[in-house]
Design a protein around this ligand. Structure first.
Ligand SMILES: Cc1cc2nc3c(=O)[nH]c(=O)nc-3n(C[C@H](O)[C@H](O)[C@H](O)COP(=O)(O)OP(=O)(O)OC[C@H]3O[C@@H](n4cnc5c(N)ncnc54)[C@H](O)[C@@H]3O)c2cc1C
Length: 387
């Protein structure tokens, strides 16, 4: 067993750290959060580093599927800003991973070179006002008319739709009582006639706002049905296909990056802050809290690395990815709240990044398959009898 980091991962991490040091000072990350706004051009800057090509096959302008590289990139970007990591996920994961896995040849040729170059961003349109964990009950309707698809409905929590080119949308394309059958995935251009995007406010995960998307008689070419003719009414199989395992790791990677930043801040703060005539890092309860968060951070890294290795090497990984999502999302929330406690009032105040880390970390067990849903998955996948 070899736990050492390979040279490529180390070099990628150094490249990203130098980029962030040069181009994204802490004040900028704080401003994106405060203004709930983010410059789309940042994805071009990331593409220049080559990271947008990590999920694109070489024949379409990328570097081949590198799940380790993708996860390392998300962690490093999230240490600086969840918005920066978010726009990368919109491009490299929502976009390239899905099109490379499920697109027709025509869709791959049309979209993958632009995705690798950072010219295209996707948003995910799965959830609806009445549809959360039970995605098979989506109500947004898609009707086929010749070589067109007409879409009517309402999507909710569509993060980044305001800066995206396409929404990767789950739609009901046949009778509703068929549940998992009669669902399709369609690429809806955000500038199509009949699409209205309205920002929703959230306490965290700001910079790339999440949105309601209203669809009124939106006409999309049938060529935008993911997987084409073969996958019309068979979209569910794409949603739960091999890409899902890589996608389940996006949230733990994001959460790990935020938690690493929080621990670094609390560690440093404890050495600056003096009370009762000495630095608070000398107080035993503070030392224990810091030892605790470092230990939990190390366990999160191991969980994520192991699941990433399984996905990267193409091994069955549904249990490990669900465990990583569950454990890292829940544990990083504990880590960040402990770090806030270490900083006392300053962990609660504007002006320090800690309060942003707290707001950002709280959503990790909620989205991307909640902790309860991952527990269901793990028990089911490990064949625990239901009676
Ligand atoms: C900031 C933010 C950004 C988001 N971005 C996107 C996005 O870009 N695209 C998108 O499609 N969605 C997005 N979402 C939606 C997110 O994925 C959903 O919140 C998630 O799917 C859960 O749905 P829900 O919150 O409606 O909870 P519900 O499904 O209504 O669940 C409510 C509670 O019941 C529990 N629960 C539900 N069913 C079960 C069950 N069978 N067993 C055990 N417990 C259960 C849940 O764990 C939860 O605690 C975003 C959400 C947020 C907050």
């Amino acid at each position: 067993m070899d736990f050492s980091e390979n040279e490529d991962t180390g070099a990628l991490r150094d490249l990203l750290r130098r980029f962030i040091e040069r181009e994204v000072p802490p004040e900028l990350a704080a401003r994106w959060d405060r203004e709930d706004n983010f410059p789309r051009e940042m994805i071009k800057r990331l593409a220049e580093l080559g990271v947008c090509g990590l999920t694109v096959p070489e024949e379409f302008g990328g570097m081949g599927r590198d799940v380790f590289g993708m996860i390392t990139t998300i962690v490093e970007l999230a240490r600086c800003s969840s918005a920066l990591a978010g726009i990368y996920i919109q491009n490299a994961c929502y976009g390239s991973l899905n099109i490379a896995e499920s697109g027709t040849d025509e869709q791959k040729q049309r979209l993958l070179p632009g995705l690798a170059a950072g010219d295209i961003i996707f948003a995910y349109g799965l959830s609806e006002p009445d549809v959360g964990a039970d995605l098979a009950s989506v109500k947004t309707r898609a009707e086929r008319r010749g070589d067109k698809v007409i879409i009517n409905g309402y999507k909710r929590w569509c993060s980044g739709a305001g800066i995206a080119d396409y929404i990767y949308m789950l739609v009901r394309s046949g009778e509703a009582d068929a549940r998992y059958k009669n669902l399709s995935l369609v690429l809806v251009p955000t500038n199509a006639k009949g699409v209205t995007i309205q920002a929703l406010g959230t306490m965290g995960s700001r910079g790339i706002p999440t949105n309601d998307v209203i669809l009124e008689d939106v006409e999309v070419p049938f060529a935008n049905v993911i997987g084409g003719e073969e996958r019309w009414n068979r979209g569910w199989s794409l949603l739960v296909g091999p890409t899902l395992e890589a996608e389940k790791l996006e949230t733990p990677a994001l959460a790990l990056g935020i938690a690493e930043a929080a621990v670094a801040e609390a560690w440093e703060y404890s050495q600056q802050r003096k009370q009762f005539g000495g630095r608070i890092c000398a107080i035993q309860s503070i030392r224990h809290m810091l030892a605790d968060v470092q230990t939990k951070l190390a366990s999160c890294r191991l969980m994520l690395s192991h699941a990433t290795w399984k996905v990267h090497t193409g091994q069955p990984s549904a249990v490990e990815t669900s465990m990583a999502k569950l454990f890292v999302a829940d544990t990083t929330r504990e880590i960040v709240l402990t770090c806030q406690q270490i900083m006392g009032a300053y962990g609660y105040a504007h002006g320090f990044a800690m309060e942003r880390y707290v707001r950002d970390i709280l959503v990790m067990p909620i989205w991307g398959g909640s902790s309860a849903i991952q527990k269901n998955n793990i028990a089911n996948l490990m064949r625990l009898p239901r009676e």
